[in-house]
Design a protein around this ligand. Structure first.
Ligand code: ASP
Length: 440
């Protein structure tokens, strides 16, 4: 069985839902994972924030506007009267729930329940649409099998057991529809897999049922070799290894949730990135057998903080780095890049919530310099540190100031740290140097 995930844009309009129907209606057995309609989760976040800050009128206004939007979509999607009214009943119940949460004392629990409504609504509507089109499908409630543990990691044993049960109870069908993103936490309360988490849902399910493959359908024809928002003439990459895809997703390629490939990597279940608006385009295949060498792609991650830790005591001393790392561990802050000299170490973090506390502990034995608004530019490809073409990247040194370089940490990744104001220039120049376009 295959698992196919469709993102917010794919279910964001009647026309796109018709495309999705076309893609999935091919007689093959599959699980279809859906995101919320595009924009919905952002509106739900807005609603939650307005409730949290006691702007209750604003929250109600957003809820009412969103409900009107859904009513219009349902009317365009479902001409059949009984399906139309059954769907409206369900959707309006969801909006009544949202309105009822405006009066309640705000808690994290409520926030997660508010955020869960988008996927509950999109899957219900799409399932009704398939029924209206004479296609038989079954809705599988993700909250009946998707769960995270106390470390917020997928509870695989639980998921595997429960999805089997849910599938058995659902009976025979070609198409099973389920919600991306939402899950239960270790206490059985509604939670989620973080923003963009529907991709992750798809590969978690893929791993649990040992799927033949997982397809992630979005509105772009695969992962590109550079960021199309900043660089012209980027191209889709046809093949990536799991490691390459994981690095790119973590370091800013927006098309994939960072953890997406982890669940399926061990079993080598292929992940294909496809475009709902252009289903015949090849897209990107992520497999364990992509060995073409050289730099394949560049991605950038913003909001990085660089910390330089300098101390005379580091000179020929051991145990210094241990002391440094222990402080980051105490504040559960992970380090992305690191470079050292004999008297200083520079490292980067993307979660600066505990920066003040970390710095004050470091200052007990070192002098500290902080640079904020940094971007990590990540170059990814198989065995790139040994590839003859890689030297071309160092031409970038004449164009922008590089704050750090990490080379050789893995053979698949080279990372540069630049001031975010130089990010676009860096991406464009690297594109020209490495992919030989005539735009530098
Ligand atoms: N609807 C959620 C979000 O917008 C999850 C997803 O679309 O993947 O983040």
């Amino acid at each position: 069985m295959k698992v196919l995930k469709f993102g917010g844009t794919s279910v964001g309009s009647v026309e796109n839902m018709a495309n999705v129907k076309q893609i999935i209606n091919n007689g093959e057995k599959k699980i279809v994972v859906l995101s919320a309609m595009s924009g919905t989760t952002n509106s739900l976040v807005d609603i939650a924030n307005n409730i949290k800050t006691s702007h209750l009128e604003n929250a109600l206004k957003i809820i009412n506007t969103l409900q009107e939007k859904y009513a219009v979509v349902i009317d365009a999607l479902l001409q059949n009267e009984s399906l139309n009214s059954a769907t409206k009943n369900y959707i309006f119940e969801r909006f009544n729930f949202l309105r009822s949460s405006v009066d309640k004392t705000f808690s994290q629990l409520f926030e997660n329940e508010i955020l869960a409504q988008g996927e509950l609504m999109s899957t219900f509507m799409f399932n009704a649409y398939l029924e209206a089109q004479g296609i038989s499908s079954v809705l599988l409630p993700a909250l009946d099998f998707m769960r995270i543990d106390e470390n917020k990691e997928p509870a695989f044993e639980y998921i595997t057991q429960h999805i089997d049960k849910v599938l058995n109870e659902a009976g025979e069908a070609d198409i099973y529809i389920t919600q991306g993103f939402i899950c239960l936490d270790n206490n059985g309360k509604v939670s989620n897999l973080q923003r963009g988490g529907s991709d992750y849902t798809a590969t978690i399910i893929g791993a649990a049922i040992k799927a033949e493959e997982v397809q992630i359908w979005t509105d772009i024809d695969g992962m590109h070799n550079n960021d199309p928002r900043f660089v012209e003439g980027t191209k889709p990459i046809s093949d990536l290894s799991f490691d390459e895809a994981a690095e790119l997703a973590y370091f800013g390629a927006k098309i994939l949730h960072p953890q997406t490939v982890l669940p399926v990597r061990a079993d080598g279940i292929p992940v294909r990135l496809k475009n709902t608006m252009d289903p015949d385009a090849k897209g990107t295949s992520i497999t364990s057998s992509s060995f073409e060498t050289g730099i394949k792609a560049i991605a950038a991650k913003d909001k990085i903080t660089a910390i330089k830790i300098k101390s005379g005591r580091m000179l020929q001393a051991h145990g210094f780095l241990k002391k440094v790392f222990e402080i980051f561990e105490t504040y559960e802050t992970s380090i992305d890049m690191i470079t050292t000299s004999e008297v200083a170490v520079s490292l980067t973090i993307d979660d600066a919530r505990n920066l003040d506390k970390i710095v004050s502990e470091l200052e007990e034995f070192a002098s500290i310099e902080i640079d904020q608004n940094q971007s990590i530019i990540c170059l990814v490809g198989h065995s790139i540190v040994n590839h003859e073409g890689t030297h071309k990247l160092f031409q970038i040194l004449k164009d922008v100031k590089i704050r750090m370089i990490s080379y050789g940490g893995s053979s698949n990744n080279i990372s540069l740290l630049v001031d975010t104001e130089n990010k676009i220039t860096t991406l464009q120049k690297l594109n020209a140097y490495l992919f030989e376009l005539a735009t530098a």
